[in-house]
Write a protein that binds this ligand. Sequence first.
Ligand SMILES: Cc1ncc(COP(=O)(O)O)c(C=O)c1O
Length: 447
Amino acid sequence: MATASAQRATAIPNDLEAYWIPFTPNRAFKAAPRLIARAKDMHYYTPEGRAVLDGTAGMWCTNAGHNRDPIVAAIRAEAAALDYAPAFQFAHPKAFELASRVAALAPGELDHVFFCNSGSEAVDTALKIALAYHQVRGEAARTRLIGRERGYHGVGFGGISVGGIVANRKFFGSLLAGVDHLPATYNREQQAFSKGEPEWGAHLADELERIVALHDASTIAAVIVEPMAGSTGVLPAPKGYLQRLRAICDKYGILLILDEVITGFGRLGYAFAAERYGIVPDMITFAKGITSGTVPMGGVLVRKPIYDAFMRGPAHVVELFHGYTYSAHPLACAAGLATLALYREEGLFERAKNLEPVWAEAAMSLKGLPNVLDIRCVGLTAGIDLASRPNEVGKRAYDAMEKAFHGENLVIRVTGETIALTPPLIMSERDIEEIFAKVARVIRAVA
Ligand SMILES: Cc1ncc(COP(=O)(O)O)c(C=O)c1O
C-alpha cells in the first residue's frame, strides 16, 4: 500500500514556484503550465492522461521513441547491479563495451571515445582536447577556436564562446578569448524552400581562408560546426560546404570538430552526419540519441592520432587532465548499449533515411499557409519560419507551441519565430500525416 508521503510525491505539483525552468519564460509557463507525466513510444501523457503526440523526440533526443522496454529493462538491471564506480583510475566493463560500439559506428579512424554527461560537456571536452593536442605536439601557439554565427554548442563557457546565438552570449561577459566565427550558412533569398541541402552556399566555407589570413594558421587550433545547425532553427549545410571546410582545415593543420549532438544516431539517416557528407572530422561530439534521452550522457569521438599524441610520458601519469565524476556512468552505459542494440535491431537509421522523402514532401505541403516565410528540412528534421507580428518577435511561434500542446495534442519546439520538428525515428507515415495536419491547423490558428 502506498504511504502518505509516496502519495504526496506522485501528486500533480501544485506549487510551481521553486523550480527555475531552463530556457523557458517562467512566468508565462507557470501561468499556463505544459506538464508531462509519462510517455510511451510516440506519445506523451499529461498528468490528466491526455495523449500528446511527440513531434520533437523530446529535445532531439528520444530517437528510439519513449520508454522502450529493452532500454528500461537495461537501466533497471544496471541500477540493481552497479550504481556507481569511480570514473577516474577505475572503470566498469560496460564503459569499454559502449566505447567500442560507438567507435564502430563512426567513420574513418574515429576510434576513441571520451565520455561525459551532456552535449555542453562534450563540446567543452572537444575544445579542450584540441588545445591540449596542439600543446603536446609542440604547437602551443594554436589556441584560437573558430565557431560559426548562429551555431549552438551548448551552454558551457566554451560552447557559448564558439556558438553564435546572440542571446546565449550577450549576458555572460567577455567569454573565451581568441575566438572567431564563420558566417552563418543561411540566406533566405538564395535558399528558400530547399528540400535537403541547399544548392547555394558552399562558398561560405571559404570564409575560413579569410580568417586564416587574418590570424595565421599557426594560431588556430580548431573549427567547430554543426552539420545541420539545429537550435537556431534547422539550417542544413549547403551542398559541398562541409567537404570544403574539411579541405581547408587539412590544408592548414586545423582540427575539424563536428558537433553531432543532434545529428548523431540517425537523425539524418546515418549513424553520424559525417557519413552522409562523406567526410571524416577529427572529432565528433555526441549526446542525446546515445541513450535515446533516457539517461544523461555525452561524449567525444576522437581520431586515433589525437589519442596517440597524448599516450607518452611516464606510464603512471595522467595523460589528459580532464573528466567528470559521472563520465561513463553505469546507468548511462547500460542505457546506451540497449539503445544502440535497438537502433540496430529495428534498423532505425535506415528507417529515417527511407522516410526522409515522405517527411520532406509533407513538410513542404505547408508552403502557402499564412505567414510561412520558409521551410527547411534534412533527414527527419524540419524548420518552419513564421512572419513576426509587429513589435512582437517570437510571439507567433510561442503561441503556436501553446496552441499545439493545449489545442492539438502535439509537442512542437520553437526557437525565435521558427517551429522545429524532429520526431522519434520510429514514427509511421500516419504519424507524419498527423503531425503536419496538426501543425497546419496551428499555423492557421495563429495567423
Ligand atoms: C549541436 C548541439 N551541441 C550541444 C548541445 C548541448 O547539449 P546539452 O543541452 O545536452 O548540454 C546541443 C543541445 O541541443 C546541440 O544541439
